[in-house]
Design a protein around this ligand. Structure first.
Ligand code: DGL
Length: 274
């Protein structure tokens, strides 16, 4: 059986894990949350890089995964190059805001991007935006950082999640030019799909909200040498995962019960980093 390790600053990567196990069967899943250090989006570049490397090296040492999925846009933005450099034998998949699919989908040619301050200020994001703009010059991208939101999702603080989604959605909608309102929004942080209901309420039914997780599942299946199956939710045996958290372990377990109830938690342990 293959082993795939998935890593995020906290519970956000569970939105990626959910897509992974629904599309890739027969895998032992390892999920590591660096919750003692979350949120990454409000940390410095060197902090995110150093912690990401520590977690990835720990996962490599302890579990020798077939693939490592960095299920965090912020860690991908700041650390993926050094992870690939320091762990050259380990296939690594990162996550990035789905700008290109959004540009292709938008009929008003106006796309909103919701992400952490860290992701939006990174050179990697600037590079991605530049590449997509070069191919879709007519598309306007409005970017909105969402301080506090990943943390509210981490704490499952419902009223704060709703209020913050509303604030950030209104800020984006206000930037829609009257004759060119935005009709497509990219969720550029893996925590944000867990607030999907609030996003959809805040943006209204005419705005499409994109989450990159199925594309990550396809890329991961590809690296494993297979193809991602159609959504297997109803037919597979319950997928099994071993969980690790550098912060509160019971909180990660609760997050799994809440966000990914079809996942069978085999064990939940402390991730002790130096
Ligand atoms: N889930 C992470 C991301 O995709 C980071 C959230 C945070 O820790 O700030 O960017």
């Amino acid at each position: 059986m293959k082993t795939i390790a998935v890593f995020d600053s906290g519970v956000g990567g569970l939105s990626v894990l959910r897509a992974l196990y629904r599309h890739i069967p027969e895998v032992h899943w390892i999920y590591a949350a660096d919750s003692a250090f979350a949120p990454y989006g409000e940390r410095t570049e060197s902090e995110v890089r150093a912690r990401s490397l520590q977690v990835a090296q720990w996962l490599q040492r302890q579990h020798e995964p077939d693939v490592l999925v960095v299920a965090c846009n912020t860690a991908t933005a700041w650390a993926i190059d050094s992870l690939r450099e320091k762990l050259p034998v380990l296939p690594i998949v990162g996550v990035e805001p789905a700008l290109k699919p959004a540009a292709l989908l938008s009929r008003t040619a106006h796309v909103g991007v919701l992400a952490t301050s860290g992701t939006l200020s990174s050179p990697r994001f600037a590079g991605l935006l530049g590449t997509v703009q070069a191919q879709a010059a007519a598309v306007r991208f409005s970017c909105q950082p969402c301080p506090g939101l990943a943390d509210a999702i981490e704490r499952a603080h419902d009223s704060a999640i709703r209020d913050l989604c509303n604030t950030y959605a209104q800020a984006l909608l206000a930037r829609g030019i009257a004759e060119r309102p935005l009709d497509t929004v990219v969720l550029g942080c893996t925590h944000y799909p867990f607030a999907m209901r609030h996003w959809q309420e805040a943006f209204g039914p005419h705005v499409a909200i994109l989450d990159n997780a199925p594309a990550i599942a396809r890329r991961t299946a590809d690296l494993l040498g297979g193809v991602a199956l159609p959504d297997q939710t109803d037919t597979l045996n319950a997928p099994e995962a071993s969980l690790y958290a550098s912060g509160d372990v019971p909180m990660l377990r609760q997050a799994c019960n809440r966000w990914v109830p079809d996942l069978n938690v085999r064990s939940a342990s402390r991730l002790n980093l130096p």
